[in-house]
Design a protein around this ligand. Structure first.
Ligand code: MYA
Length: 194
C-alpha cells in the first residue's frame, strides 16, 4: 500500500519544470556538491558515494552500492539509509534547474528488502514547480536498471539562498567551504540562476 500526502500534490497553478540551459548534458556525471556530503561526497568513508548522471529534461539516474556499513537488519540495508539515497538523488535534480534547494518533505515506500552488496539503480524526475516549491519523485530498482522496484519516494524541495547554509551551518565547516574556491564557484553558479 502506498499514498501521497496533500503536501506533495502540486497546486493547480504549478508549472512544468524547465531544464536550465547550462545544466550538465544528458549522460554527464554530476559530481559531488560537497565532498563531506554523506550522500555524494568522496571524503566520507562510510558515505553512500552515490553517483548521479544527468538524463533528458529534468530527470536523472543514479547508482549506490549497499555496503556492510549500511545495514539495519543482518545483511539488509537500513531503511533510513535507503531514504538517504532517495533524498540525495532527488536533491541532485535541482542541479538541472540550477536552483539551490533543501528537502522540506520526503515520503518513502519500502517495497522490497535490499541486501548488502546490491546496486540500487535510481531514477528521479522533477514533476512540477510552484514558486520556491519543487515537486519530485524517485524510484530505486534492484537486479538492474529494469529490475523490480525496491523503494520509491516523493518529495518537496524548497528553494533557498546560499545564506541558508552560511547562517545555519557550523562555522568551522562554513569557513572551510568558503575558503575552497571550487565550493564557492559551485554555490555562486547556482545563486545567479536567472
Ligand atoms: C557555503 C557554500 C554552501 C553551498 C551548499 C550547496 C549545497 C546544496 C545542498 C543540498 C542539500 C541536499 C538535501 C538535504 O540534505 S537538505 C537537509 C534537510 N532539510 C533541511 O535541513 C531543511 C530544514 N528546513 C528549513 O530550513 C525550512 O523549513 C525551509 C527552508 C524548508 C522552509 O522555510 P522558509 O522559511 O524558507 O519557507 P516557508 O516556511 O515560508 O515555506 C515556503 C513554502 O514551502 C512550504 N513548506 C515548507 N516546508 C514544508 C513541508 N515540510 N511540507 C510541506 N510544505 C512545506 C510552506 O508551506 C510554504 O508554502 P507556501 O505557503 O508558499 O505555499
Amino acid at each position: 500500500m502506498s499514498g501521497t500526502s496533500a503536501a506533495l500534490t502540486p497546486p493547480a497553478d504549478a508549472l512544468a519544470p524547465v531544464r536550465h540551459p547550462d545544466a550538465p548534458a544528458p549522460g554527464e556525471l554530476l559530481g559531488a556538491h560537497y565532498e563531506q556530503c554523506f550522500g555524494c561526497g568522496g571524503e566520507q568513508p562510510h558515505g553512500l558515494h552515490l553517483q548521479a548522471r544527468a538524463g533528458e529534461g529534468v530527470a536523472l539516474t543514479a547508482e549506490f552500492t549497499v555496503r556492510a556499513a549500511h545495514q539495519g537488519a543482518p545483511g539488509l540495508a537500513h531503511g533510513g539509509l535507503l531514504t538517504t539515497a532517495l533524498d540525495e538523488t532527488l536533491g541532485s535534480l535541482n542541479w538541472l534547474l540550477r536552483t539551490i534547494a533543501v528537502t522540506g518533505r520526503l515520503e518513502t515506500d519500502f517495497v522490497r528488502p535490499v541486501p548488502v552488496d546490491t546496486v540500487l539503480h535510481l531514477e528521479a524526475e522533477v514533476t512540477a514547480v510552484a514558486g520556491r516549491k519543487i515537486y519530485s519523485r524517485a524510484t530505486g530498482r534492484i537486479g538492474g536498471p529494469d529490475g523490480p522496484v525496491a523503494v520509491r519516494a516523493q518529495a518537496l524541495f524548497i528553494e533557498v539562498k546560499v545564506d541558508h547554509f552560511i547562517d545555519n551551518g557550523r562555522p568551522e565547516e562554513i569557513q572551510a567551504a568558503m575558503s575552497d574556491p571550487d565550493q564557492v564557484r559551485r554555490a555562486r553558479a547556482f545563486e545567479v540562476n536567472p
